[in-house]
Design a binder for this molecule. Structure first.
Ligand code: NAD
Ligand code: MG
Length: 397
């Protein structure tokens, strides 16, 4: 393989769970792809360790305070990797010729600028950062179309749907499957006292802390409904959620002729990343073949419990309201999840906070990035004010 066939990949959020899975798949294909840019938030040591293994051309730490440690660490390790710091440096590297493909795996709305930069530069965009689609889905999809950026969703459900839609026929209806998280079957009452440690212990997937809490509250599935709407152009009324505890059927699509196509596989994000990195070719991911009998021989489905898990209904409502509402939903949720993980609020305060913020912020038209970012900021402020006003909790687990 010559220089022209080498796919150069920027991995944003390299020190996270998706980042690790992406680097694992890339390292399996040294003849055809390599990690040319690695970016992380604030963990300089973890980023340096990745640089020693993957030897990228560029390393970026989003937190400016980490620059000197990164630069000196790269020099001391004898690496040729160039050090950079800050969001603008990251966006410039994403848009420039250091990469052809961008794995957008930063967590939260913080990932929006770099994701937009990749779309505007026409890169192949492996999009794990679902919050950027919830916050600015219309804008992001418009920019990707205008600049020829091919988006491959790196969310198991949306990656499944992407595969089911490969022949170009439109979906009549989409069904997103949900594991149900660690609290499937629990009553609202029982959920009041769950701890952060319980919430991040996901039964099927190993993920970062924020998405793990979202999975436990079903907000993750709500964000995914909005994500699916933008990625596939399907209105909320034609998107359904089914709880599927085995997490082997990753989603399905109904077509006009009565056919339903699904994608199945073991719950391991390397499959989705291999689809994104190799598409339209199938490439090895390190994930073994699915053996349904070895997995227990059952595939079960049930309706989600919207009383115990109101976040899912809140997300459908925000999608229907449109405008600034999804941005407000996402921002309020990020603030509430962060407070929950710090032990400052209870689990049920997450949906309560999001609902209160949505009530206080009627949807407004959101035709610009500025309008969306303003809504994001206002929702965060409202969420923090509400969290401050809650009675202090005892020491968290
Ligand atoms: P994680 O917490 O494990 O990793 C987050 C990464 O983002 C880290 O590398 C961190 O350094 C980086 N980061 C955080 N803030 C940053 C900032 N301001 N600037 C630059 N980098 C920053 O999270 P994860 O589980 O890997 O999830 C990443 C994204 O992928 C999320 O949007 C999540 O919803 C999505 N996703 C994850 C999974 C999964 O299986 N983990 C599945 C589907 C979708
Ligand atoms: Mg998912």
């Amino acid at each position: 393989a010559g220089v022209l066939t080498m796919q150069r990949v920027a991995v944003l959020g390299a020190t996270g769970s998706i980042g690790a899975s992406a680097l694992d798949v890339i390292a399996r294909h040294p003849q055809t792809m390599r990690a040319s840019v690695l970016a992380a938030g604030s963990k300089v040591d973890a980023l340096l360790a990745l640089c020693r293994t993957h030897r990228p051309e560029h390393a970026v730490i989003a937190d400016d305070a980490g620059y000197v440690a990164l630069r000196d660490g790269l020099r001391d390790a004898g690496l040729p990797t160039q050090a950079h710091a800050g969001g603008e440096a990251m966006d410039a590297l994403v848009a420039g010729d250091a990469c052809d493909t961008v794995v957008a795996a930063i967590v939260g709305a913080a990932g929006l600028p770099s994701t937009l930069a990749a779309a505007r530069a026409g890169k192949r965009l492996l999009l794990a950062n679902k919050e950027s689609l919830v916050l600015a889905g219309e804008l992001l999809m418009r920019e990707a179309r205008a600049h020829g950026a091919a988006i491959v969703p790196i969310d198991s459900e949306h990656n499944a749907i992407f595969q089911c839609l490969a022949d170009g026929n439109p979906a009549a209806r989409i069904t997103l499957t949900a594991s149900g998280g660690p609290f499937r079957g629990w009553s609202r009452e029982a959920l009041a006292s769950v701890t952060p440690a319980q919430a991040v212990a996901h039964p099927k997937w190993s993920m970062g802390p924020k998405i793990s809490v979202d999975s436990a509250s079903l907000m993750n599935k709500g964000l995914e409904v909005i994500e699916a709407h933008h990625l596939f152009g399907v209105p909320g009324e034609r998107i359904r959620v089914l709880v599927h505890p085995q997490s082997l059927v990753h989603s399905f699509v109904d077509f006009v002729d009565g056919s339903t196509l699904a994608q199945l596989g073991l719950p391991d994000m390397r499959t989705a990343l291999a689809v994104g990195l190799g598409w339209p070719r199938r490439i090895a991911s390190g994930v073994g073949a699915l053996d349904l009998l070895a997995q227990g021989g059952r595939l079960e489905f049930e309706a989600p419990d919207l009383d115990a898990f109101p976040c899912l209904a809140l997300a459908f409502d925000a999608l229907a309201a449109g405008g600034t509402s999804p941005a407000a939903l996402n921002a309020a949720n990020e603030e509430a999840v962060s407070a929950f993980l710090q032990g400052r609020i209870g689990f049920l305060d997450i949906p309560d906070t999001v609902a209160a913020v949505l009530d206080a912020m009627p949807s407004q038209p959101a035709d610009s990035i500025d309008a969306l970012l303003a809504a994001d900021a206002r929702a965060r402020e409202a969420a923090r004010a509400r969290i401050e006003a809650l009675p202090a909790r005892g020491a968290a687990a």
